[in-house]
Write a protein that binds this ligand. Structure first.
Ligand code: UDP
Length: 405
């Protein structure tokens, strides 16, 4: 296994996460490809040209190349990208004919549609990682168009392997899409411990101009699915007992409903009387987030659904307790009573109670933080890359799944 084609059609590993369409998938592709490159697998990452002035290729480091493929107007919103998938696929196939790869790893359903055609045209093994699944989102009320569901089902049916980041996602792939369990591999993402590790709580607070008051933290793209409104509701309850408490909300609007959601959350903070207790922070460069995690007493992750939840893992790696919704991959990262608490409902009151219990017990919180940081050591990008490298190698030695058979 020498060369891998990685497809990340709508989102570049070179873009700042936390706003627009950039989030965990960008971090995943960047960190995974960097680790694969270091392990000797050269990766060609195919991204749609999303700005006209981007160079054709960017050599990020030896073995990590980003290739910008022309397909549609650069500023097309994600919701209109399905129409340009054929042009994008043509561009990738053309590049692969000149620069062959041994396998294709696709990220998200749009890339999956491209990868499916590439698999058949170039006779390559196809590995799919969905990051989110339409039918899983639908279970929590976030409806996606039927054509996305159909496309996901087709790609799943023809993938030689489908990676799931948690047992929950593996179960969803099998139950909701009829994926063959023998082809589903649970490969959790990692965290970069060089950045995300315990550090000085007071130093981090000084750096962020925070005092000694209780600090709650929310990090992520602002869209209804992420539940910033629940975090604000929880803050409103926390300040009744801890009037000096603040909530740092780090991230920017994402997706078609992002701006409206941000406006709604700002208004909610006004209505609940905590507008002056919320600090709105623009999206931060990934490595700077460790300062925020270290400064916080509790990180809130009230998502409606989450295939994994890198923010929770990063917080845990920094030794900060996490209060998270008991959904998706969050249930594997948050160990109740050890790395934080899991909340079965999306009731802000429940989140507030769990946060207050952590705030009221600094020694318990410190023990939890130490346990959390140890637990997170089990997640590294080099482990993720090593497991995938074995998977790619196995697939290149097997006959391929054929969806027409
Ligand atoms: N992130 C970041 N800067 C920000 C906000 C978020 O680098 O201002 C990163 C965060 O560290 C995490 C990713 O974006 O690695 C979000 O991943 P997660 O799995 O939590 O959510 P997703 O975006 O995939 O829904």
């Amino acid at each position: 296994m020498r060369t891998l084609a990685v497809i990340s059609l709508h989102s570049s590993p070179l873009v700042q996460p936390g706003v627009g369409d950039s989030g965990g998938m960008n971090v995943y592709v960047r960190e995974l490809v960097a680790s694969l490159a270091q392990a000797g697998v050269a990766c060609q990452v195919y991204v749609r040209r999303w700005r006209p002035d981007l160079p054709d290729e960017v050599e990020v480091e030896p073995g990590f190349r980003v290739v910008h493929v022309d397909a549609g107007a650069p500023d097309l919103p994600k919701e209109q990208l399905e129409g340009i998938v054929p042009a994008f696929t043509d561009g990738v196939v053309g590049h692969l004919l000149r620069n062959p790869a041994d396998a294709v790893h696709v990220n998200y359903w749009l890339s999956g549609v491209a990868g499916h055609r590439i698999k058949h045209e170039l006779d390559l093994p196809l590995v799919s990682t969905f990051h989110t699944l339409a039918r899983a989102k639908a279970e929590t009320g976030d409806l996606e168009p039927q054509h996305r569901i159909d496309a996901e089902a087709q790609v799943i049916g023809c993938s030689d392997a489908i990676t799931a980041s948690s047992e929950t996602e593996a179960e969803q792939l099998c139950r909701l899409y009829g994926a063959d369990p023998a082809r589903v591999e649970i490969v959790p993402p990692g965290v970069d411990h060089a950045f995300f590790s315990p550090g000085s709580h007071t130093g981090a607070r000084r750096a962020l101009h925070l005092g000694s008051h209780p600090v709650l933290l929310f990090v992520g793209r602002v869209q209804p699915l992420k539940g910033l409104d629940v975090a604000i509701g929880a803050l409103a309850e926390v300040v009744r007992k801890e009037p000096e408490a603040v909530l740092l909300a780090v991230g920017g609007p994402s997706g078609p409903g992002g701006e409206a959601e941000l406006a709604r959350c700002r208004q909610l903070a006004e209505v609940l009387g905590v507008a002056d207790r919320v600090r709105w922070v623009d999206p931060q460069p990934h490595h700077l987030l460790s300062t925020y995690y270290r400064a916080a007493d509790v990180v809130l992750v009230p998502s409606r659904s989450e295939s994994f939840g890198l923010v929770a893992l990063e917080a845990v790696a920094c030794g900060t307790p996490v209060v998270a919704a008991a959904v998706g991959g969050l249930t594997s990262i948050v160990q109740p009573g050890r790395t934080g608490e899991l909340i079965e409902s999306r009731d802000p009151h429940e989140f507030a109670l769990a946060a207050l219990a952590i705030l009221a017990d600094p020694r318990g919180a410190a023990t939890m933080g130490a346990w959390a940081a140890r637990y997170a050591r089990g997640y590294t990008w080099s482990t993720t890359a090593a497991r995938l490298r074995r998977l790619y190698t196995d697939l290149t030695e097997r006959s391929l799944v054929d969806c027409a058979a």
